[in-house]
Design a protein around this ligand. Structure first.
Ligand SMILES: [Zn+2]
Length: 141
């Protein structure tokens, strides 16, 4: 049977019993986190180059956000008709990095920077075969 959902990009995130995790990497020498995963450390103060897999999230704080009021340009996809949504930067404080995420909200005007959020798996658009394409988004707690 054909899967009815698929990730927007393979290998960027995984679902666990305790929530969604972003799959990245971390430098073994200086512990700098990278998402998506990096092959080498880009920290100019680090001489190390050995990386290890790392997972980030799901809890964080919405550092800043805005409302996307117009459709994203190609190649981004969305389900018509376009509905404005909030998009923001999530501070994954415990992991030491920030990531961009759409914010899950019935009304994007209700989103507040500074809110505690968690990363969740959410639909992005439905493809030409009717398969729901999913990605990570942030939901206010
Ligand atoms: Zn490093």
């Amino acid at each position: 049977m054909k899967a009815r959902t698929r990730p927007v990009v393979e290998g960027l995130f995984i679902e666990t019993e305790t929530g969604l995790r972003l799959s990245g990497s971390r430098c073994k020498t200086c512990r700098t986190p990278y998402f998506p995963a990096a092959a080498h450390c880009h920290n100019p103060g680090c001489a190390g180059s050995e990386m290890e897999p790392a997972q980030f999230g799901p809890r964080g704080t919405l550092w800043s956000h805005t409302i996307q009021n117009f459709p994203p340009p190609t190649p981004s996809k969305y389900d018509a008709p376009f509905n404005p949504y909030a998009v923001g930067v999530v501070d994954l404080t415990q992991d030491g990095l920030r990531v961009l995420a759409q914010i899950v909200a019935d009304d994007p005007r209700q989103v507040r920077s500074g809110a505690e959020v968690e990363l969740v798996l959410a639909p992005l658009y439905r493809d030409e075969d009717g398969v729901e394409v999913v990605t990570w988004k942030a939901r206010q707690l």
